[in-house]
Design a protein around this ligand. Structure first.
Ligand code: NAI
Ligand SMILES: O=C(O)[C@H](O)CS(=O)(=O)O
Length: 492
């Protein structure tokens, strides 16, 4: 663990972006009882901020304010709302360096990657500001001579959002972008590990002209309590969640009592398949990008790497060589490519998966242990000859472990790739067009990367099938989840 602490304000061009109060009903507030929770820098272990720790009472006020603010906000033209969204996008990009520094300090990813997330997050604000101007209704030929049928599409209502620590900016904007653009109120509860990015987002949203109360950021360490307020408060019309499938199930059960509409972006277990006819250098590059992005802490990271027998040894050698070039370190330090894991539990999960694989006959090619830097730093790891019954086959590692599985035939690997309760992202490298067509159609996933390891963009529909989620975020489809359809039958 690096000894020095993080004086975050000293690192910022605009220190006012480092907010530690919650944003409730358009006001910056402490918790009613004055409680705070600590935010730590995962690279250094030091406390970088103490943030307002809200209870259900403050969250209830935020929800009521969002409901009240919706009346005028939804009545504005889409064009007018788009102007505010555009200004918010511009402010995010103008403050990209500071937002990236705050993100790295609380989440750990290297600063270039954090700044990349800011651009990615901002792209959803830009995209949905524009999309809101294209929310069209329709007229339908009447079923009787004296009937005229129209279909209106209106904002669904106040939206509650719960997001994880791995993308503290983009996971919020991927939700609040469409919701606010169409006129909804929005109450965001960010992960307690990474609230500062969400608060900075709200600072800029206020500056951009979001009306008082339409957006709140309710910081709290009491995730279950806040989730229950979101599921039980009758003013909430939509719950949008990104996180583990386990928590998604809890929320869906709670939401059932009010038949609350839910969007769920949940866990993954991505297969990454390398066929004999693949461009091996491209496949190694894609595996590195997919597996080690955010130190393996994304729901679309390659979790299982299947390599056809004819190229297995060569691919393993080239992948290990590429992995050994990664530079593990403090994300705020120049040259770092791989930061710490978010916490000790994450380290233990990686160790558990490695030990299990080795216990079943796998071998470590590189890495395999905690890093000399200590704390939650871990050596990027490649293990080979992993058996099908290893834990890493069915559980998401969410860390820098690349397990290689050998396969013989296309039919075999597609069956193995699909043999999971998850269905978020899958990847494969091949060049035969017949194989590409067959495999892309056979994989049971919401997202398939063909000869690429990076699929994330605001223009495409992101989401999973099976137990990886419900709904899609991003693209023109991503706005649907924040609209309701109203059928009007007019008798003339
Ligand atoms: N599909 C996707 O886009 C994503 C999926 N994930 C999945 O989430 C996991 C890792 O991220 P984590 O943040 O640890 O996931 P998590 O599911 O533990 O937490 C996600 C969020 O839910 C909150 N939460 C936890 N328990 C809750 C409860 N009972 N009621 C209300 N809120 C609750 C947490 O505080 C956090 O803000 C991995 O499984 C990963 O695959 C993470 C990010 C994106
Ligand atoms: O939380 C995640 O892992 C993100 O959904 C992945 S991505 O959208 O940034 O690719």
């Amino acid at each position: 663990m690096t000894a020095h602490s993080t004086d975050l304000k000293m690192l910022l061009k605009d220190p006012s972006l480092l907010e530690t109060r919650a944003f409730v009903a358009g006001e910056w507030v402490d918790a009613d009882d004055g409680r705070t929770f600590e935010v730590r820098n995962p690279a250094r272990g030091d406390v970088i901020a103490r943030v307002a720790d809200l209870s259900r009472a403050e969250v209830k006020r935020a929800i009521e304010a969002a409901q009240a603010a919706m009346k005028d906000w939804a009545a504005r033209t889409a064009k007018d709302r788009a102007k505010v969204m555009r200004r918010w996008f511009e402010l995010m990009m103008e403050n990209q360096d500071d937002l990236g520094t705050i993100l790295t300090a609380e989440q750990g990813k290297p600063l270039p990657e954090a700044k990349g997330e800011i651009a990615y997050g901002a792209s959803f604000i830009e995209w949905f500001g524009e999309e809101a101007k294209r929310v069209y209704g329709e007229t339908i030929p009447g079923h009787m001579a004296d009937k005229r049928i129209t279909v209106l599409r209106q904002p669904i209502g106040v939206v509650a959002s719960i997001t994880p620590w791995n993308f503290p900016n983009a996971m919020i904007t991927r939700k609040c972008g469409p919701a606010l653009a169409v006129g909804c109120g929005f109450v965001a509860r960010p992960a307690a590990e990474t609230p500062l990015s969400a608060l900075a987002l709200a600072v800029l949203g206020e500056r951009a002209g979001l009306p008082k109360g339409i957006l709140s950021v309710v910081t709290s360490s009491r995730s279950s309590d806040i989730g229950k307020e979101f599921c039980e408060n009758p003013l909430i019309r939509k719950l949008t969640f990104t996180g583990s499938t386990e928590v998604g199930r809890i929320l869906l059960r709670q939401a059932a009592d009010q038949v609350l509409k839910c969007s769920m972006e949940l866990g993954g277990n991505a297969p990454f398949i390398v066929f004999d006819d693949a461009d091996l250098d491209a496949a190694v590059e894609g595996a590195m990008a997919s597996k080690f992005r955010n130190n393996g802490q994304t729901c679309v990271c390659a979790n299982r790497i299947y390599v056809q027998a004819g190229v297995y040894d060569e691919f393993a050698k080239r992948l290990a060589k590429a992995v050994d070039k990664l530079t593990v370190g403090d994300g705020l330090k120049d040259g770092t490519t791989t930061g710490p894991l978010i916490n000790a539990d994450a380290v233990e999960k990686v160790e558990e998966h490695i030990a299990d694989a080795l216990g079943r006959g796998a071998q470590v090619v590189t890495g395999g242990k905690r890093h000399d830097l200590g704390g939650s730093f871990f050596q990027p790891t490649v293990v080979t000859n992993v058996p099908a019954d290893a834990k890493v086959s069915t559980e998401e590692t969410f860390g820098p472990l690349a397990p290689l599985f050998r396969f013989e035939t296309e039919e075999e690997v597609v069956a193995k790739a699909n043999d999971t309760i998850f269905g978020l992202a899958a990847y494969f490298y091949a060049r035969d067009i017949g194989r590409i067509t067959r495999v892309q159609e056979s994989l049971e996933y919401g997202i398939v990367g063909v000869n690429t390891g990076i699929i994330s963009t605001e223009v495409a529909p992101f989401g999973g099938v099976k137990q990886s989620g419900l709904g899609r975020e991003g693209s023109r489809h991503g706005i649907e989840d924040y609209l309701e359809m109203k059928y009007v039958c007019l008798s003339v």
